[in-house]
Design a protein around this ligand. Structure first.
Ligand code: ADP
Ligand code: MG
Ligand code: ZN
Length: 596
């Protein structure tokens, strides 16, 4: 069935209106009553049809169009006798036809309402695949993919998550084996991790590996739906899954619809979302993962990057009680993702290992973006291979926005930026941190940063000692230290550095118990997946004040150390700044010479 436009139902209604209008707007001349009487008296009227108070008729003269007339008569006892008197042919009609039309008029608003409601109902109820009349079809669309081509091969660097999902594959493939053993299968599996780490990709890969349909919907779309539609759509989702079984149901961005129903939510009137969430809980509870009888298994996957806001009811046993963490990749993982992402890209002497080393913190999606940018650059320059230079440029671009060499920079400002960046580099190299400085640049970017210093840990770390963190602080405030030292005062250029330094110092004091003054207690908990918003401090004012003072002391100490270091290394700093102002970018051997 072809898809009808949104306002399809307006068309028949308009037709009815037009028809009725034409009917009542009778053909012929409209005569006033006195004109009609005059014509009858002048013997000009051939015949009339009386229908209620309407008089339609024909005159004796003129062609067909000119002869027809209509008029309306008052209650006049002389009228019919007058007709008789002048020999006019009279036909009387029952009033029903007239009232049929007035009925239509009265029904019109009802028709309109009916049209509207049937649209709403179609959107809420039907709306399965092919349900052409669905209201708000674009929103909350249930996608059904039958032949997913993504496999585990396409997802790299998340081996632990893959391992856990292999089990799911097994019972999608051989549900009987599990049925026979009476095993309890996890109903819902929640993929948890930062944005861009491949959660959606993984879910599709499970469907692709198991060769089952992938039925998906995004939680954020539920939120925009009309009242009652969300709940109906959830019902649909599970119905479709049951029919397609064995299948995978995937709810992306579960947090959007599964947000905790706290007292705070009562105020805003989130009835709709609550209904949707309740429906989801109901469906989850009533669902049999292995299906009954001959029906195949259905596995429900969901993804979120904000597990902490989910309603606890969702995470209870028998619902999304299995969580799979999809974390940012480590260096080896990044190398594998780069391999996957460059499978179809013709590379020329590109060292993916080096690229992996230079991209800590990048998620899979960032790496995909990097590869794409590199390929775009090669294409722009008319080459048919992508080189390491493309990757370097792409990385700068992905990291800090577009390069704008042409932008004029005030020479004094440029000097300040050069000192700032070299301050970072020297403080990082000689301030006790074990990370290596890869690149120093004063090429201005379109977004914010006037320059940057790229430093990377020599090896991936999971644990940091207080000494290592203090060294990181020294490196972070090195830029400001150099500015204060050389120009006598700091500038606004160090805001981002200070924010990062403060974050680290705060975490040391409040989270990890790494400061002497506050001691080995953990006061604040953060969402470790996102480094997200800190919760309120659960301590008295004394401890809070002590913690504040301690955070400040840590950053101030770091600044003092960095300054002392730069005073000692002033000749090195000056030489490096000269070289940087000359070359704009220092990396590789040129950089190492200055930092040796
Ligand atoms: P998420 O759902 O976690 O936000 P996506 O699955 O949407 O992330 O990832 C977006 C894109 O980034 C993917 O389509 C893929 O191209 C790339 N990508 C992300 N993670 C990986 C990975 N682990 N391996 C390969 N490619 C990845
Ligand atoms: Mg996603
Ligand atoms: Zn800086």
């Amino acid at each position: 069935m072809p898809k009808l436009p949104r306002w399809w139902w307006i068309a028949p209604v308009l037709l009815v209106v037009a028809y009725v209008a034409l009917q009542t707007q009778s053909t012929g001349n409209d005569l006033r009553y006195d004109e009609l009487l005059a014509k009858i008296r002048a013997d000009q009227v051939q015949s009339v049809v009386l229908e209620g108070n309407t008089v339609r008729g024909e005159l004796k003269q003129g062609d067909d169009r000119a002869r027809a007339f209509t008029s309306t008569r008052p209650e006049d006892p002389r009228f019919v006798p007058l007709l008789e008197e002048h020999g006019v042919r009279v036909r009387a009609m029952p009033e029903s036809r007239g009232s049929w039309m007035s009925w239509l008029w009265m029904l019109l608003p009802l028709l309109l309402l009916f049209g509207l409601f049937s649209r709403l109902a179609a959107g809420a109820g039907g709306g399965g695949p092919g349900g052409a009349l669905a209201f708000g079809k674009a929103k909350g669309k249930i996608f059904t993919e039958r032949d997913v081509s993504v496999t585990f091969e396409d997802v790299a660097g998340v081996d632990e998550a893959k391992q856990e999902l292999r089990e799911v594959l097994d019972f999608l493939r051989e549900p009987d084996k599990y049925r026979a053993l009476g095993a309890r299968i996890p109903k819902g599996i929640l993929l948890v991790g930062p944005p861009g780490t491949g959660k959606t990709l993984l879910a599709r890969a499970v469907a692709g590996e198991a060769k089952v349909p992938f039925i998906s919907i995004s939680g954020s779309e539920f939120v925009e739906m009309f009242v009652g539609v969300g709940a109906a759509r959830v019902r649909d989702l599970f119905e479709q899954a049951a029919q397609a079984a064995p299948a995978i149901v995937f709810i992306d961005e579960l947090d959007a619809l599964g947000r905790s129903r706290g007292p705070g939510n009562l105020v805003g009137g989130n009835d709709e979302r609550e209904q949707t969430l309740n429906q989801l809980l109901v469906e989850l509870d009533g669902f049999e993962p292995l299906g009954e009888g001959k029906r195949g298994a259905v596995v429900i996957l969901a993804a979120t990057n904000r597990p902490e806001v989910l309603d606890p009811a969702l995470l209870r046993a028998g619902r999304f009680d299995r969580q799979v963490v999809v974390d940012r990749p480590d260096r080896a993982g990044r190398r594998k993702i780069l391999e996957v992402q460059t499978r179809k890209v013709p590379l020329h002497e590109v060292d993916l290992d080096a690229m992996a080393a230079r991209t800590p913190g990048f998620a899979g999606a960032d790496l995909a973006n990097l590869v794409n940018e590199a390929a775009l650059r090669a294409a722009r320059e008319g080459r048919d291979v992508v080189t390491m230079a493309d990757f370097s440029a792409a990385q700068d671009r992905v990291l800090a926005g577009l390069e704008q060499r042409s932008r004029l920079v005030d020479p004094e400002e440029r000097r300040r930026v050069a000192f700032h960046e070299c301050g970072h580099a020297i403080a990082a190299r000689l301030g006790g941190s074990d990370s290596k400085v890869h690149k120093v640049s004063i090429v201005p970017r379109s977004i914010g940063a006037l320059g940057f210093t790229m430093q990377m840990p020599e090896r991936e770390r999971r644990l940091f000692t207080a000494t290592q963190l203090r060294a990181q602080l020294v490196a972070l405030v090195g830029g400001r230290a150099a500015e204060e030292l050389v120009f006598g005062e700091a500038s606004t250029g160090a805001a981002d550095d200070l924010r990062k330094a403060t974050d680290i110092a705060r975490a040391m004091v409040l989270e990890h118990g790494l400061s002497d003054a506050v001691g080995p207690v953990s006061i604040e908990r953060r969402n470790t997946y996102l480094g997200g918003v800190a919760s309120d401090l659960d301590v008295g004012p004394t401890v809070a004040n002590a913690a504040d003072a301690e955070v400040r002391r840590l950053v101030e100490d770091a600044l003092a150390s960095a300054k002392a270091l730069l005073v000692r290394e002033r000749p090195r700093l000056d030489a490096m700044v000269e070289a940087l102002l000359e070359a704009e970018v220092l990396e590789g051997d040129a950089l190492d010479r200055h930092l040796a």
